[in-house]
Design a protein around this ligand. Structure first.
Ligand code: PLP
Length: 219
């Protein structure tokens, strides 16, 4: 689907939800996509991208940053503690802060640099064993701990279970954010971003609807 169609649908969903135009930012999720498709989206003027792997982003984005002004890349996938420095060099925001050890590492590095990417705490709203994220019962304490480390926590992020109604998870995430005084909500993907916007998403992460299916066996 052309990028323009997606941005039109985002603007329509914002209007329907009584949100300000532009209240929702679109992360074009470029993971595993061939370079020609990414180039096409850049050529259409889009500048904000999401990647789920540090290595893949490291191979791809420094080159584009040199050539295209205004590029912004957010990490939406897991971050290992030993890749924190590299991630801080590569990304304007990290949407996958999910544990104490990682928070400490980010805080140490942020102090040394005097700068830190914007952070979103990933919440495992479905309490799925195989999924990353802070469990619902631990969200408030983890937000407080991160603030205690002076980390720039901007919001919360979730990936709902594939077989459940995403609206329930989006509403839950919005509730956790509100009760912690957080404005940012990173939620909504190709199949459900309009629902997420209705429930307050500030960042939607859309891959396949923009770029087409990722090449096989590379989800
Ligand atoms: C891949 C991915 C997306 C985008 O998924 P699509 O269904 O292609 O829109 C969004 N968020 C995360 C965390 C992802 O890994």
């Amino acid at each position: 689907m052309p990028l323009q169609d997606i941005t039109d649908r985002i603007r329509a969903a914002e209007a329907e939800a009584g949100r300000a135009p532009g209240a929702v930012r679109l992360l074009a999720v470029s993971k595993k996509q061939p370079e020609d498709r990414i180039r096409a989206v850049l050529d259409q003027g889009h500048r904000l991208f999401g990647e789920n792997r540090v290595q893949e982003a490291a191979a791809r984005w420094p080159g584009y940053r040199g050539a295209v002004p205004g590029v912004e890349v957010h990490l939406i996938g897991p971050l290992q503690s030993n890749k924190v420095r590299q991630a801080m060099d590569l990304f304007e925001a990290i949407h996958s802060l999910d544990r104490d050890k990682l928070a400490r590492k980010l805080a140490d590095e942020a102090q040394a640099r005097g700068a830190c990417p914007d952070l979103f705490i990933q919440v495992n709203t479905g309490e799925e064993a195989q999924k990353a994220g802070v469990l619902p019962a631990g969200v408030d304490a983890f937000v407080a701990a991160c603030r205690g480390m002076d980390l720039p926590v901007r919001g919360l992020m979730c990936i709902p279970p594939v077989d459940e109604e995403p609206a329930l998870h989006f509403a839950l995430l919005a509730k956790f954010a509100a009760r912690n005084g957080l404005d940012g909500l990173s939620m909504g993907m190709s199949a459900d971003f309009e629902t997420a916007i209705r429930l307050g998403a500030t960042h939607v992460r859309i891959g396949s609807a923009i770029f087409g299916d990722r090449p096989a066996a590379a989800q």
